[in-house]
Structure formats: structure tokens, C-alpha cells
Ligand binder design. Sequence first.
Ligand code: ADP
Length: 541
Amino acid sequence: MLSTMQDGQLSLAHLLRHGTTVHANSEVVTWTGEGARREDYGELGQHAARLANALRSLGVTGDQRVGTFMWNNAEHMAAYAAVPAMGAVLHTLNIRLFPEQLVFVANHAEDQVILVDGTLVPLLAKQLPQLNTVRHVIVANGDASALEAPAGVEVHSYDELLAAQPDTFDWPVVDERAAAAMCYTSGTTGDPKGVAYSHRSIWLHSMQVCMSDSMRLAQHDKALVIVPMFHAMSWGLPYAALMVGASLIMPDRFLQPAPIARILEAEKPTFAGAVPTIWQGLLQHLEANPQDISHLREVVVGGSAAPPSMMHAFEEKYGVPILHAWGMTETSPLGSVARPPGGVTGEQAWEYRYTQGRFPASVRARLITDDGTEAPWDGESVGELEVSGPWIAGAYYGDNVDPDKFHDGWLRTGDVGKVTPDGFLTLTDRAKDVIKSGGEWISSVDLENAVMAHPAVAEAAVIGVPDEKWDERPLVAVVVREGQSVTAAELREFLADKVAKWQLPENWTFIDEVPKTSVGKFDKKRLRAFHSEGKLDISKL
Ligand code: ADP
């Protein structure tokens, strides 16, 4: 029997219309270094309409791709709102990709137009002649005349182009299954692969972001969005904010700890999202420059494992709870969120909060062992995590397929972990980062967390290195906190009662900085390369 219900399209044009009228007084605040410029959601609606008219005037029709090469700011937000709502596809380009990867993704997605921030023009200019499908570049927040256009490309000033446009637009009803936006994986483990989100997947994902056992985003929130809009759609925060009317605080290019601390002081956000390295940096800054940040009701951390020592420092010194979450570009990205079950308190609650979190109803999950069988959810059995659901990718875009990644309707995450009977995921590693020592597995994440709990350690990354006797053994690369000192022997001693004896690392190296990927995660690929090229000075205990 068919239902008697209407079948309205979950189209982003509705989201834009709703957010910019019902929540017209909410704001997009963009940091300028000295202060902030402000646009309310009502103005955002007009801004988005002018942008959509401008893009139409440049010939953008159908599902053509509009690339953005931008910081988190009001203009980027207008593109998030306007491009999918007009039926085109927003392609957020990662400004930190290696040049050849940038060329690859823009050509692969066949971007027609690129919106670029003035400060990023020099970065884009070098690669622009190789971007074969780009016909127009629009320079926002800067001087368009600074960009010399290659043959066949027209350069426009964002302000001049938009000033000539009407501030209303007849937003079409777009099929909810059509692509709305695309994002390429940042390539931590290979070439970037394109994920094309649909209107429907973004809509459903936005609802999940706002659910109370998820990120709990609500109309009274002011969300500081540090996670870049080119990194897995800023974890869905911009669209979720538009859905419920939460205000957005955008740091633009001011991402160092000192300016972040100033934004916190000036704008007093209630919520914020960023990868662990950003919070580690802020923590160090706050130690030297104390400041009240208790206006943050919660901070969401994901992208890589949140070290428990960092979670305790934020909560106990600053009164700010860290909410740990797991996801990937391929999962929109929200996959699981670590809120302890009701009634659980004290140390037990912390144990739940350290995990990568619980799957919501829309994310189905299973663990697959080496022999292809499904591991039970008993909190102990380990396997590769596979997920499926309405906001999980079922394929990569175009011919850039990776058949190993998808099978029987499931996405293979490449993450290895265990799940408790009540659905909490603990990741022990990425499949390729697991250290195999004498036939047993050592979790690089567990070792990193244990080393980072030492007060003299700012950062620690662990990789497996070849070993004649055991095949592989862990190597710990340590960054010591400024003004502190610690030896490898002291760190090993510190670990002695925290990890099994056979897991105690004997290889240590002290470095100035852990290499980071384009989205701020530990770049173990490069660390492994440094090791194999003999660039690390190793002490063996
Ligand atoms: P990339 O694959 O380039 O790093 P993504 O941002 O999509 O790009 O990364 C997704 C991966 O990040 C996950 O597969 C997982 O390995 C890691 N990750 C995300 N969140 C967490 C977390 N909370 N704890 C540990 N690892 C995480």
C-alpha cells in the first residue's frame, strides 16, 4: 500500500528560503583581523540571490560546477547557499592541496567558474592556466586586477559583478537526488576522490547535526566554524545553521591560536568545531595567556582522535566540554558522536566520551574481519568499519572509481576498531597505520594518546617501522612543549604502567613539528617517508 503522504523535495532552495526569512536576524560574522563584519541571514538571502543572478549572467546553467577557493567567510557562505539552490553544484576546493592535486580535482569536476578570495589569488594564479574547463574567475575580498587572466578566462570583481544584480532570484525546485555539492577527499591515503552530496543527503545530515544527541546546534547558538568549508563541508555546520537559525562566526584566514583567542573574546561563541591540532594549539596559547572561554557550551572535535589529555584539560581548566565525533568526507561527514548513555556518570562517562561515538539511526555499521566475516559488537572484537545510510557515499564521482572502497552497498572506511553492544565505536587505527608486531597489532592511536598525556609533550605521532625480529615496531615522533624538556627514557618510563610491556616503544625521535596534511591531521605518509629517507634522528632504547 502506498502512503497517503505528500512527497516534498528536500531541496536546498527551501532551506535557503526558510533560513533567510524565518531566521532573518541570525548572523554570519566574518573576522577581519581587527574586528568583524556582520551580515544577517536576511541580507544573506539577498546576497545569495545576487550571486545566483551573477552566475546565471556568466552562463552557469543546469548542474555546472562552481568552484570555491576561499576561507570561511560571508562570501563563501553565500556560495554555499546560492549555488546548490540555483541547481548548480558547489565544488569546495581545498586551498592547501598540492598544486598537481588542485589541477586534478578542478579538471576532474570540470569546474566552470571559480570564486576566489583576494588573498588566495597568488596561489590559484599559478595553476589557473592548467584548469581546462574554467571560463570565469570571480575575485572576492580583494583586487581582481591583480589576477592576469590566461587565454579563454575572464576575471571579474565580486563586488562589481554582484552590485549590478537584483537581490531576488526565482529559486527552482531541484530533484532532491541531484548533486548539490562536491568535495574531494584530502588524499591522506592516495589521490583525491570526489564525493557528490545530494540535496536530500545534505538536508537529512543537517537534521542529524542539530539533534540533541548529536551536535545539538540550535537557534540560540553562535557557532565558530574553524573547520574549513573545503574540509568535508565544514562538518555540515553551515547548512545546519541555516536550518535552525544558529549564527555563524567565520574566522576567515585568522586560524592561529592568538587570533582564535581574540575571536573567542570578542564574539563569545557558544559552540565551535575544529580538528584536534587546532585545539592543542589553543590550549598552549591559553596556558601562557589565560582567558575565560566558558561561553563555549561545547566544542566538537573530530577528523582525528581527540587525545583524552586534551579533553580533560579543556573541561577541568576551562569548563568547556569536548564532544568527540567521527566521520569522513564520504560520510557527509557525521558518522558517530560520543555522548554517554543516560544515567552514566563519573569515570564511566569519560570512558564513553573517549570513544569515537555512537551511530545514529541513519548510519548502519558493521565490522569486517580479515577473513571477511562480520565481527560481533562485543566491545572487544576488532574489524574494519563499514557503514551505509542516506548520507553515506555509494560511489566516487566519475571514472575515478575505487571498487575496493564500496561493496554490497557498504562503504569500506579503512578504519579499524571495535563496537560495544550499545553501539559505541572505538577506532584503534586506520587500516594502513596499524603496527603489526610479531603477529599482534599495536594501535598507533593508543600509543599517541598515552605519550601526549605527558605534561612536557605538545604532540606525538606513532608510525610502524620495519624490524628484523618483529616485522614492525612503533617509532614515536615527539614534539616537546616550549620551555620544557624530556628524554626518551623518561617517556618510556611514563608509559610503563599505561601500555602492555611488549608494546613499549624502543624507537624514539624528537622533531620540531609533526608534518600535517592539508586539513591539519598528522601526515604519517610523510613521517614514514622521512624515516625511510633516513631524515629522522632515532634513539633506540
Ligand atoms: P582524509 O581521508 O584525507 O583524512 P577525511 O577528512 O575524510 O579525509 O578523513 C576521514 C578519516 O579521518 C576517517 O576515516 C578516520 O580515519 C579519521 N577520523 C575522523 N574522525 C576521527 C576520530 N574522531 N578519531 C580518529 N580518527 C578519525
